[in-house]
Design a protein around this ligand. Structure first.
Ligand code: 3HC
Length: 325
């Protein structure tokens, strides 16, 4: 359905309309679903918002794995609330994507058959409770760094979804930092677990911001359309600058020997992630890609009877309403 729509707009992308559209973007106006938009604008929004939504849903899996094994009832309740939030974030984002003419089922099919991506970070395993702290602190911390600017994105429904998501993300990062702080200042064994979690998750967290600017396929056009407000490297640098002092505050070793303060730049220098690993993971060859997609495919299949029941009920209700008119 949405492919035809994008196709039809492509033929109407006449220069005058494009110029008027770009003038609206440059003036900081919000583009709403019923407004004219270039086919490419719609297409990259569906791609980015769809993959963002998939990240929220698949992102529940690594943490969901630890809800039944939380060390205390309080930690269990906190983690449960956090994972539940992520489902809600996915729903806001699928709703925003649907306003562009794509259905949730189409988006889900493209996730399940590998045509659409989700954030690479969720293809890494969570091995122990320290990982829960590191995921909340580093992964949600990186997600906040990337999502706060998106509150100002040009597409209205996406911007409004981000405002709501960002309010909840701060709790996610704080609860993670609190959990890892408890371990970093706990017994030597707990501190060792905290250090190991940071060492394992640091570079995959840097990869969340996308490839280096030189390798970013979409950044230039996405920034011209204010779908993206910053480049990948800009946000990655902001994340490093914010997180290094936090690692030092926790009394943990820095996870990258290349991290040094650069007075001249006014930023931390740091080592690049292993980009061949990054491209390998997003191609489907990460440690957990198979498990994550298998879990999502099973959930989709197991939930078929619920969808069928709801759709049958909706059809019956509509038929009754039609008959009464
Ligand atoms: N994981 C998977 N794929 C990635 C990626 C990552 N970390 N970074 C980039 N890619 C993909 C892109 O999707 C693109 O592939 P595609 O053409 O098939 O979509 C390709 O690599 C080239 O990257 P670009 O830089 O050209 O792509 P973008 O301009 O789209 O930038 C992005 C990538 C920065 C992730 C951007 O899409 C974005 O800001 N998305 C919105 C935010 C988002 O999705 N965040 C994910 C985390 S949300 C989360 O973690 C949930 C939280 O609750 C924990």
């Amino acid at each position: 359905m949405y492919a035809q729509m994008v196709q039809s707009e492509a033929s109407t992308d006449d220069p005058e309309k494009l110029a008027a559209f770009q003038a609206r973007i440059d003036a900081g106006e919000k583009i709403e679903p019923k407004d004219w938009m270039p086919a490419g604008y719609r297409k990259t929004l569906i791609r980015q918002i769809g993959q963002h939504a998939h990240s929220e849903i698949v992102g529940q899996l690594p943490e969901g794995n630890w809800i039944t094994r939380a060390p205390t009832l309080e930690r269990k309740a906190i983690l449960l609330a956090k994972v539940q939030d992520e489902a809600g974030h996915g729903l806001y984002l699928y709703c925003a994507a649907e306003t562009l003419g794509v259905s949730r089922d189409e988006l889900t099919e493209m996730l399940l058959d590998g045509r659409m991506k989700y954030s690479s970070i969720f293809n890494y395993p969570t091995l122990n409770w320290a990982d829960m702290g590191a995921v909340g602190w580093l992964v949600d911390g990186a997600a906040i760094m990337n999502q706060v600017p998106l509150q100002r994105t040009s597409f209205g429904p996406y911007s409004r979804a981000m405002i709501r998501v960002c309010k909840e993300e701060s709790f996610h990062a704080r609860q993670g930092f609190d959990a890892i702080r408890k371990m970093a200042t706990g017994t030597p064994a707990q501190k060792k677990m905290a250090q190991d979690a940071v060492n394992r998750l640091w570079f995959p967290a840097l990869m969340m911001f996308g490839p280096s600017d030189a390798d970013s396929v979409h950044s230039t056009q996405s920034m011209a359309w204010k779908i993206k407000m910053n480049t990948n490297d800009e946000l990655r640098q902001k994340f490093v600058d914010q997180t290094v002092p936090q690692i030092e505050f926790l009394g943990l070793d820095l996870p990258d020997e290349g991290i040094t303060w650069n007075e001249e730049r006014g930023h931390y220098d740091y080592s690049d992630p292993d980009w061949s690993e990054f491209f390998d993971v997003i191609k489907g060859n990460g440690p957990c890609n198979t498990d994550r997609l298998a879990a999502r495919n099973k959930a989709w299949k197991d939930g078929e009877w619920v969808r069928d029941g709801l759709l049958a009920h909706a059809r019956k209700k509509a038929a009754r309403k039609h008959a009464a008119e």
